[in-house]
Write a protein of this length. Structure first.
Length: 297
């Protein structure tokens, strides 16, 4: 009975969104995107699309999303939004991070990406334009992938902080106490495999078109680069996502090393009380700000 009620609710929600979508103006980018997609299908094999297409999407999205945070360090006005203001970025650290990223991307992640074609063939996942899901379905699927990945990340990330194994694997990622966007995937190769597995679970559950692979890549990179950016910028559209943790939440994890283990949302840390030190820290900071304002007045 409960299952039928849930299905009915989901169907009603889908119909409601579809009804609203029918009143929205046509997307002017849809036709150019359709032309580009069909051109890709006509000129490249599925293996090339799944492998090199996925690599290009990942690399372009990763480094483009890192650009704003990289530029912020040169803008004095943006420094008031930097969370750990006493720990500025250095060229030495950023160069070291960049070199490690290139190794991880091309020697760890690329071999995994090479399996994308075989994954799509095994599960008979379509590539065609006509089979492509609507935008609201993609949004819902990406959110579902994020929920699954967040659960995996919380428990495995917390395990990697266990004192018996921390120094062998996860310590590499914590080399930077004050994170910056490009450092999001700076990690030990084993960590890349362990925590990266969570990314693929949602794909296995939801994937009904190859475009979801790329949409979820972009969404996941957008989130992880944001929380590692080191800047808590106002009017960040990601804060509109329910229960979104954000940069300040994850920055405290790098500063404190304990607690705030989830990647995207706050509920797992709240359920298990692993955000208690963060909450206490926030209360202390609020008291300091109140005292400073009183003295200033």
């Amino acid at each position: 009975m409960a299952m039928n009620d849930s299905v009915n609710i989901l169907n009603s929600a889908y119909l409601a969104v579809e009804y609203i979508d029918s009143f929205l103006p046509d997307n002017p980018l849809q036709q150019p995107f359709k032309n580009a997609w069909n051109y890709m299908l006509d000129n490249y094999t599925k293996f090339q699309i799944a492998t090199w297409g996925s690599l290009i999407v990942h690399e372009v999205a990763y480094f483009l999303l890192c650009v704003p945070g990289f530029i912020f360090q040169f803008i004095p006005y943006m420094q008031k939004y930097k969370i750990q203001q006493d720990k500025p970025e250095t060229w030495e650290k950023q160069w070291k991070c960049f070199k490690t990223l290139l190794f991880n991307h091309f020697f760890i992640q690329l071999p995994l990406i090479c399996g994308t074609y075989y994954f799509t063939e095994y599960f008979n996942i379509p590539y065609g334009w006509e089979e492509m899901p609507r935008w609201y379905v993609l949004v819902a699927q990406c959110f579902g992938c994020a929920v699954i990945e967040d659960a995996w990340h919380y428990f495995l990330h917390r395990l990697l902080h266990h004192k018996r194994i921390y120094k062998y694997i996860h310590k590499v990622h914590h080399e930077f106490v004050s994170p910056f966007g490009m450092q999001a995937e700076y990690a030990h190769p084993l960590e890349t495999l362990i925590l990266g597995t969570g990314f693929f679970i949602g794909i296995v559950v939801f994937c009904n078109h190859v475009v979801l692979l790329w949409a979820w890549v972009i969404c996941r990179l957008m989130e992880t680069i944001d929380v590692h950016s080191g800047y808590d910028v106002p009017l960040n559209p990601l804060h509109l996502v329910p229960f979104y943790a954000g940069a300040r939440f994850h920055d405290f994890h790098h500063m404190n090393f304990i607690g705030n283990y989830a990647s995207t949302f706050t509920w797992w840390d709240r359920i298990f009380g692993t955000d208690s030190q963060f909450i206490a820290y926030q209360e202390k900071e609020k008291k300091k700000q109140c005292i400073a304002k009183k003295k200033a007045n």
